[in-house]
Design a protein. Structure first.
Ligand code: NAG
Ligand code: NAG
Ligand code: NAG
Ligand code: NAG
Ligand code: NAG
Ligand code: NAG
Ligand code: CU
Length: 147
């Protein structure tokens, strides 16, 4: 009986925390002054820069609609450090696991988070991450004892 309560508890906690996280992103040029020296075009999301910090929970299903609204360059999104076990085609590098996302096209990234830690997400196309398309990606697990 005790075993089954424990099992039930584990199942419930897994169900309670994990969620489907839907991201609806236009990749866009934005004017910003990242170095405090001059305004320049940087690559933002939904016309904003800095980009949104991602803070997932282990077990989350991520559905990211990534639409290229740059007009003059292709793009991609890499979720740096994620295992992508069984979802290799969601890893992001163009020419390796996918084609670049052409202007006015959308790629739906679709994967489950099966780890915890501190990572980042960034474009895997040319010099787009130094041009702004990068931000932190955190994953916590409420059931993990982090002391
Ligand atoms: C993305 O861009 C399209 C076309 O400009 C616009 O209709 C849509 O509302 C934008 N989506 C978001 C989430 O900003
Ligand atoms: C991320 O989420 C966790 C769990 O809800 C929270 O403790 C933490 O403060 C959040 N971190 C940031 C930077 O938002
Ligand atoms: C993308 O769509 C916009 C709005 O429909 C259009 O003005 C633009 O020419 C398209 N760009 C490309 C590269 O196809
Ligand atoms: C595309 O346009 C942006 C914004 O005007 C510019 O900074 C960038 O250099 C252009 N990219 C290419 C490959 O011409
Ligand atoms: C990847 O997934 C398979 C099937 O669920 C599992 O057997 C394997 O242990 C996983 N590998 C890693 C490194 O998590
Ligand atoms: C995400 O992947 C799952 C499993 O392959 C599939 O059932 C689901 O339709 C996909 N969702 C989207 C929005 O593509
Ligand atoms: Cu990386």
């Amino acid at each position: 009986m005790k075993f089954f309560s424990l099992l039930l508890g584990l199942c419930l906690s897994a169900v309670v925390h994990a969620a489907t996280v839907t991201l609806d992103w236009n990749i866009t040029w934005v004017m910003a002054n990242p170095d405090g020296l001059a305004n320049r075009p940087v690559i933002g999301i939904n016309d904003e820069w800095p980009l949104p910090l991602l803070n997932f929970t282990k077990g989350d299903l991520v559905i990211a609609y990534v639409t290229n609204r740059l007009g003059n360059e292709s793009t991609s999104m890499h979720w740096h450090g994620l295992y992508q076990n069984g979802t290799n085609e969601m890893d992001g590098p163009p020419g390796i696991t996918q084609c670049g996302i052409a202007p006015n096209s959308t790629m739906i990234y679709n994967f489950t988070i099966e780890q915890t830690g501190t990572y980042w997400y960034h474009s895997h196309t040319k010099g787009q991450y130094p041009d702004g398309l990068r931000q932190a990606l955190l994953i916590t697990d409420p059931d993990e004892d982090v002391g």
